[in-house]
Design a protein around this ligand. Structure first.
Ligand code: GTP
Ligand code: SPV
Ligand code: MN
Length: 600
């Protein structure tokens, strides 16, 4: 069929690759995605007729659709995700590794004829504003209309990206097929040395929207090391101070640990008089480089949000509630009788009935055979929505240059141990703080929810190469900056003895950001502890917030004994990297251990 196919480009590399993939996948026909409204409408129509999408109430939710995935295709599958470098050592102990030849052979057997009876869509897309020096061009081939429609929201897809590809003559080759959605034939393969991604047998988010985690983190992190920049699992936000000046920060929290919520926060009642405003630049990925001014600048490569639905409500994130009212694709949530949607922790009353995320009739208060509530929405149900819908979108999201970064914040979900906030002593110590992060697992990936795992810089599932080299790269980046951002660590999830959150979180987190900015501008003093600087309790503005007696002290408590215990796990983790772990991190380890022993 290749001879008959009319390709809308003369780019030889692209045409050759598309022809080759066509020969493997054997689709009935090929459609190039141009980014037009008319084509999008046509795809939506087809997806409705095949049942891939369900139309929602167009009066209440204009342009919105619902999609249900296969029951075992609801989150990223890290155990089926591989980095395929020539040498195993280059993938590191942090990744599953497969030899490229083996990986191609295994996957080819599954891709072979997988698109028979289907259309093969070719999606040229740009991560980052088209034409920015920062941006990367990719082309995703897929047989899923759901993937196409999501990519149209999450990336800048279509003709403009194609023209840019022709100018630069290189791109990331992304091949995807849902095939039979068989989990036993699922493979998410990355070939960083060939700038190639092959993903098969999944239709879910990070597994299938290849511009996101696969390109913008795994492949990009590999390129970033070579090209001397950083590709990180971070939100980017601007905090407009009462005098109108905007400071930008990035924050790395593991999946489902609060990036989206923080990036969009609205100031709490008690701080409103001060006049802060938040500007959202990104909620998941930051690409950062050192500019000629010696500081770090960041762009968000994405054009949409793929956000967690459960817990999204007008109290936690009113901005998001506003954002997802139109042109949004919902995945794995409850369908209500009136054609709107619901999830655990949504606004309003719990509906009496509906169709649950598995497509079964659902009733309020339903329990399963073991007496557990039947969930209306999957805990990792999501929505895909354009950044431009969000009321707090920063005017700088389209700027090719990005925004200058004053602080980098790391954070995880820790019931005990980590205080509300602390500041690293310097860049090297900050890299150690990031490298030793740990968090309790969430529903964003298949696995045991709640189990504590080490997740350096929230990048464990996303670093496309040996993390030993990655830490070294971070240390080197610090040396390239005349004014590196200060590094902090936060924990919104500390519990009291009764198992309740000590800190109210969400919009109240601005109180911690305020302290962080004051530290960046050298306005206030701090308390020195073995793990870093913590606030003097009076420096956190609690106006209008009633914390239980002693809560702030508990939130800032650092128990040397517990940290020494934590260090054992860090040591085990570091040892996995053998001689690839930079010696500076062992230096920081020993220094911390000594400081803790003195304090014990
Ligand atoms: P990914 O999209 O998976 O990368 O996740 P994310 O880091 O953007 O997480 P998100 O903001 O979607 O939050 C995930 C969950 O954490 C939601 O259920 C929120 O309700 C909860 N959460 C977010 N912020 C806070 C907070 O400050 N305190 C508490 N207790 N929970 C929070
Ligand atoms: C995450 O899991 O960190 C996400 C969702 O942001 S996914 O796109 O599935 O990776
Ligand atoms: Mn994420």
């Amino acid at each position: 069929m290749s001879e008959k196919t009319k390709h809308p480009t003369n780019n030889k590399k692209l045409i050759d690759w598309v022809n080759k993939m066509e020969r493997i996948c054997k689709p009935d026909d090929i459609v190039w995605i141009d980014g037009s409204e008319a084509q999008k409408k046509q795809l939506e129509k087809e997806a409705l007729s095949t049942g891939e999408l369900i139309q929602l109430n167009q009066e209440k939710l204009p342009g919105c659709f619902l999609h249900r995935t296969a029951l075992d295709d609801v989150a990223r599958t890290e155990h089926l995700t591989y980095i395929c470098t020539k040498k195993k050592r280059d993938a590191g102990p942090n990744n599953n590794w497969m030899a490229p030849a083996t990986a191609y052979r295994k996957a080819k057997a599954i891709f072979d004829g997988a698109m028979r009876g289907r259309t093969m869509y070719v999606i040229p897309f740009s991560m980052g504003p088209v034409g920015s020096q920062f941006s990367k061009i990719g082309v995703e081939i897929t047989d899923s209309r759901y993937v196409v429609l999501n990519m149209l929201i999450m990336t800048r897809a279509g003709v403009a990206a194609l023209r840019q590809l022709e100018k630069q003559d290189h791109f990331t080759k992304c091949l995807h097929s849902k095939a039979e959605l068989d989990i036993n034939k699922r493979l998410i393969l990355h070939f960083p040395e060939e700038n190639t991604i092959w993903s098969v047998s999944s239709g879910y988010g990070g597994n299938a929207l290849l511009g996101k985690k696969c390109l913008s983190l795994r492949i990009a992190s590999f390129l970033a090391r070579k090209e001397r920049w950083l590709a990180e699992h971070m939100l980017i936000m601007g905090i407009e101070e009462p005098n109108g000046h905007i400071e930008y920060i990035t924050a790395a929290f593991p999946s489902a640990c609060g990036k989206t919520n923080l990036a969009m926060l609205l100031p709490p009642e008690g701080l409103k008089v001060k006049g802060y405003r938040i500007w959202t630049v990104g909620d998941d990925i930051a690409w950062m480089r050192v500019d000629s001014d010696g500081t770090l600048w960041a762009v968000n490569p994405e054009a949409g949000y793929f956000g967690v639905a459960p817990g999204t409500n007008s109290h936690a994130n009113p901005n998001m509630v506003e954002t997802i009212k139109k042109n949004t694709i919902y995945t794995n949530v409850l369908l209500k009788k009136d054609g709107t949607v619901w999830w655990e922790g949504a606004d309003g009353e719990v509906p009496e009935e509906g169709i649950d995320w598995q497509g079964r009739p659902w009733k309020k208060g339903m329990v399963d055979v073991s007496g557990k509530p039947v969930l209306a929405a999957h805990p990792n149900s999501r929505f895909t929505t354009p950044i431009s819908n969000c009321p707090t979108t920063s005017f700088r999201v389209e700027q090719h240059h990005g925004v200058p970064i004053s602080a980098i914040v790391f954070g995880g979900r820790r019931q005990y141990l980590a205080p509300l906030v602390f500041e690293a002593f310097n860049w090297q110590h900050g890299v150690f703080v990031g490298a030793t992060m740990a968090s309790e697992r969430t529903a964003a990936q298949m696995g045991q929810v709640g189990e504590v795992r080490r997740d350096p810089m929230a990048m464990l599932p996303f670093c496309g190469y040996n993390m030993g080299y990655y830490f070294k790269h971070w240390l080197d980046m610090g040396k390239r900056m005349t004014k590196p951002p200060k590094i902090f660590h936060v924990n919104w999830f500390r519990l009291d003895e009764t198992g309740k959150f000590l800190w109210p979180g969400f919009k109240e987190n601005l109180r911690v950001l305020e302290w962080i900015l004051e530290r960046c501008n050298n306005k206030i003093d701090v308390v020195r502890t073995p793990i870093g600087f913590i606030p003097r309790p009076t420096d956190i503005d609690l106006t209008g917030l009633k914390l239980p007696d002693g809560a702030l002290d508990k939130l800032l408590e650092i128990k040397s004994k517990d940290w020494l215990e934590e260090l054992k796990g860090v040591g085990t983790f570091f040892k996995e990297f053998k001689r690839d772990l930079p010696k500076e991190l062992w230096t920081e380890y020993i220094k911390l251990s000594n400081r803790l022993k003195v304090n014990e």
